[in-house]
Write a protein that binds this ligand. Structure first.
Ligand code: UD1
Length: 311
């Protein structure tokens, strides 16, 4: 039984990790400021987790969070490219300052492993596909820059202090409990709910932009592997599926799943948007033993079914 800290544990990815660790019988502490997370994401496990409400950009919260912990899964962040374009200072505070505080506190607490939620956005808009970890980074939004800065801090903390960090560059994660109701919601949660309501999705641009959409269960598995794999400290890994789908594909598939054709409307493309994204997952396969077990369509079906049952 390990003592695990999940930062952002009330959020979409964090709460999925919390559920898995609770199932495994580990002792779980959650720290969350509930800025984008929800207590309801943890309601069925609240009696089995320790919940710390606070802001990791305050050093005292970071110190309290890591006390007596062995594994740190750092998911807390302000997600959304768009939000970071509107308020880069808030994104920097949540994504960079908080990460630095947590690293400093984790070092003092002698934790066993620090797994950081990095982002595919680090690759930016380079034409080359798939994205391989050896490619130069090219962040094109404040969000991408903040997540990459957090990652670089993890790598440097391993290099200079020997802190056992591992960074996972997530590729467009989707699944149950992802919030569909924010103006900054990720595209699948939003479109799935509109489809269930019989409403039209709005596509930014022509809909031919593509993503390596990754089902949450694959990401949870990757985190568990990153907690225990040998010889991977100080490294970063792509976590995706190695397949990509356009938004137009997504809309068609969702239509098939809900049983009626969706008629999207189009608006202008987003500032700071990446055109195509696709992961090379060879490094994660080789060194972590990662395999994306749930394919896109299966993940999409499960996501729609979950939203249907939890409205
Ligand atoms: C980016 C990152 C992702 C990160 C996420 C955090 C890349 C390739 N991906 O996701 O790793 O986790 O930020 O927020 O950098 N869209 C619509 N209509 C909508 C909503 C979205 O057309 O109603 C479009 C967007 O313009 C975009 C695509 O769908 O082209 C995906 O958007 P979104 O789900 O917000 O994620 P990314 O910005 O790709």
């Amino acid at each position: 039984m390990a003592k695990v800290l999940v930062t952002g544990g009330a959020g979409f990815i964090g709460s999925a990790l919390v559920h898995r660790f609770v199932e495994l019988g580990d002792q779980v502490r959650v720290v969350d400021d509930f800025s984008t997370g929800f207590r309801r994401n943890l309601e069925d496990v609240l009696d089995r987790v320790e919940l710390l409400e606070g802001d990791l950009a305050e050093m005292s919260t970071a110190e309290a969070a890591v006390r007596d912990v062995e594994l740190v899964l750092h998911q807390a962040a302000i997600p959304s490219v768009q939000r970071s374009v509107e308020d880069p200072v808030a994104s920097n505070r949540a994504n960079v300052t908080a990460t630095l505080n947590l690293l400093v506190a984790a070092r003092a607490a002698h934790i066993r492993r620090f797994v950081y939620a990095s982002s595919s956005s680090a690759y930016g808009d380079s034409e080359v596909l798939p994205k391989v970890e050896t490619m130069p980074e090219n962040p094109i939004s404040p969000y991408a820059l903040t997540k990459l800065t957090g990652e670089k801090y993890c790598v440097v903390f391993h290099r200079i202090y020997g802190l056992p960090t591992v960074c996972l560059r997530y590729f467009n994660v989707f699944g149950p409990r992802q919030n569909p109701h924010s103006p900054y919601s990720a595209v699948i949660s939003r479109f799935a709910n509109l489809a269930l309501d019989g409403q039209s999705p709005t596509i930014d641009g022509d809909g031919e932009q593509s993503r390596d959409f990754t089902f949450i269960e694959n990401v949870v598995n990757a985190n568990l592997l990153a907690c225990h794999a040998d010889g991977v400290q100080g490294m970063f890994f792509n976590i995706g599926t190695g397949e990509r789908h356009t938004l137009n594909d997504l809309v068609r598939l969702l239509g098939n799943i809900v049983g009626h054709e969706l008629k999207p409307v189009h608006r202008e493309s987003r500032t700071g948007d990446v055109r195509h994204s696709l992961a090379d997952i060879g490094k994660a396969r080789r060194l972590l033993g990662y395999e994306p077990k749930v394919k896109f369509e299966e993940g999409l079906r499960r996501t729609v079914a979950w939203f249907q049952g939890n409205r």
